[in-house]
Write a protein that binds this ligand. Structure first.
Ligand SMILES: [Zn+2]
Length: 493
């Protein structure tokens, strides 16, 4: 990530979670309190588990609460406990996702790394994460648990695992949570530069949760939870489902919801075709995701808050992301990463060279299919592609800029230019020095061994012919080059 990252990302604390008792694929089932409202809670409550303040107390919750606070002290990990699952770039250039084991015993070490690899693959194969997989690094971090699996208090099953992951949280069977603070402590010690920690819990039951530390079980369908939850974490997307959540703060600050007062213009207006009425009736939809308009029902209310498309992964777990959520995710991924991977010459105050001996300016970029590279000399485009070499027209002092632009059609509105990166060099190119003519012997030169003289003869007739008397005896160099060299020397002086 380009700037100090995980404090910002992890400040996106999701404060309230619940499951809606519907079939697995019916809806994501997580309720999120946006960061803007984090200050509404008392600090003491926030430091504990704020969910406990917002959900009805039940035996499972009380059980979990009794186990707080966690010790938060970990032995130094073994080097093989942290393995790379997917490498997109350097830590500074990428989003670093750490998959953390819970409920895996020492004997289940290999099973964890296999589960982590499967989780990573399933996540990175989903659009738009798939197109930008090179912006992610995924690591698997193993901690041995004393016992295998996770707790299911409603079934009387209590498991002593490393991070306390338990189902039945808040009385909802499939809501599986770990102890965020304990996970963040452990990952922070093992991999301080991480951006997002995700618990992979060794339990075949469908379940998981979002929040500061998303949890995903080993049930194959549970991967959709992670895709959905990282929509919140990365792009601050709102849930688009309308199932009520009493007490949830009103608002529409997220990029994928708009209140009645904010329909004209919509924040996703660029996606709305002129012929699409706003608000938009679901009966007029032409596909699951089109046309983009303003469909009523989102953010836990059925009236007065609108979403961009008939459906979306932020509304239903078996869906893809709608175009507006895709756009927000792509922008968010770019803001936290770098498309530009290396540059030669490297950053320097000034690159000075002589024509014919100048370096080829070369960059390496992330393998994203929609990237376009443009070279600009003093603001004027001179080339495209991943390299450029100064030529005769480049003698003198210039500002050289490489623009890397993600020209994906999936982003129509990029007000902060998140999809543009630049590399800039200050460049000074000297004209070529006149080379001595090997056909001319020193004694032939007589008294002509002085300065180069501009030869008015055309270049094609000026093949050096030695030192001869008369006005044509001067070394034959293109006038422009000689003058440019003279001018360049004056400028440097
Ligand atoms: Zn959406």
């Amino acid at each position: 990530m380009r700037q100090a990252r995980h404090p910002r990302l992890l400040s996106v604390v999701v404060l309230a979670l619940t499951f809606v008792a519907l079939p697995v694929h019916a809806r994501p089932g997580y309720v999120h309190l946006p960061p803007a409202h984090a200050g509404d809670l008392q600090p003491e409550a926030f430091q504990q588990r704020p969910e406990l303040q917002l959900l009805p107390m039940d035996p499972a919750t009380r059980w979990l609460q009794r186990r707080l606070p966690w010790p938060g002290i970990f032995e130094p990990i073994h080097p093989t406990d942290l393995q790379t699952v997917h490498l997109g770039g350097t830590t500074a250039q990428s989003l670093d996702l750490v998959l953390v084991a819970d409920g895996f015993t020492e004997g289940e070490r290999d099973a964890f790394f296999a589960a982590a690899a499967a989780t990573s693959d399933a996540f990175l194969q989903w659009s738009p994460y798939s197109e930008y997989a090179s912006l992610f690094n995924v690591y698997a971090l193993f901690f041995a648990s004393p016992q295998s699996g996770a707790s299911h208090p409603s079934q009387g099953v209590y498991v002593d695992n490393a991070f306390g992951t338990t189902f039945d949280y808040g009385g909802v069977e499939r809501l599986a949570v770990a102890d965020d603070g304990k996970v963040l402590d452990a990952v922070g010690q093992a991999f301080p530069a991480f951006d997002i920690a995700v618990v992979v819990v060794n339990d075949p039951a469908y379940g998981g949760s979002g929040g500061a530390v998303p949890v995903v079980s080993r049930a194959p369908e549970a991967i959709a939870i992670l895709r959905h939850e990282l929509g919140h974490t990365l792009a601050h997307l709102a849930d688009e489902y309308a199932a009520p959540y009493p007490g949830y703060p009103a608002g529409d600050s997220e990029p994928n919801v708009a209140s009645l007062a904010h329909l004209d213009p919509l924040k996703w207006q660029a996606w709305v075709k002129p012929e699409t009425p706003v608000p938009t009736q679901e009966a007029s939809s032409t596909s699951l995701y089109t046309p983009v308009g303003a469909y009523e029902g989102a953010r836990y209310v059925s009236v007065g808050v609108f979403r961009p498309a008939p459906n979306c992964l932020m509304r239903s777990l078996d869906m893809a992301f709608c175009p507006v959520c895709q756009e927000a995710l792509i922008i968010a991924m770019h803001k936290s990463t770098s498309m530009l991977r290396s540059r030669l010459p490297g950053p320097a105050a000034l690159v000075t060279c002589t024509l014919g001996q100048c370096p080829t300016f070369t960059v390496e970029t992330a393998p994203i299919a929609t990237l376009q590279l443009h070279w600009l000399r003093d603001g004027q485009e001179v080339a495209q592609g991943d390299s450029w070499t100064p030529g005769p027209n480049d003698v003198g002092d210039h500002t050289l800029t490489l623009q890397v632009r993600d020209a994906t059609p999936a982003v129509l509105n990029d007000p902060d230019q998140a999809l543009l990166e630049e590399a800039v060099w200050n460049l000074h190119v000297d004209a070529t020095e006149p080379a001595p003519d090997p056909s001319v012997r020193a004694e032939d030169c007589g008294g002509c061994g002085g300065d180069v003289v501009a030869n008015p003869a055309p270049a094609q007739t000026s093949a050096a012919s030695g030192c001869q008397s008369g006005p044509t005896a001067a070394p034959a160099w293109p006038v422009g080059l000689v003058l440019a060299a003279w001018a360049a020397r004056r400028k440097r002086a």
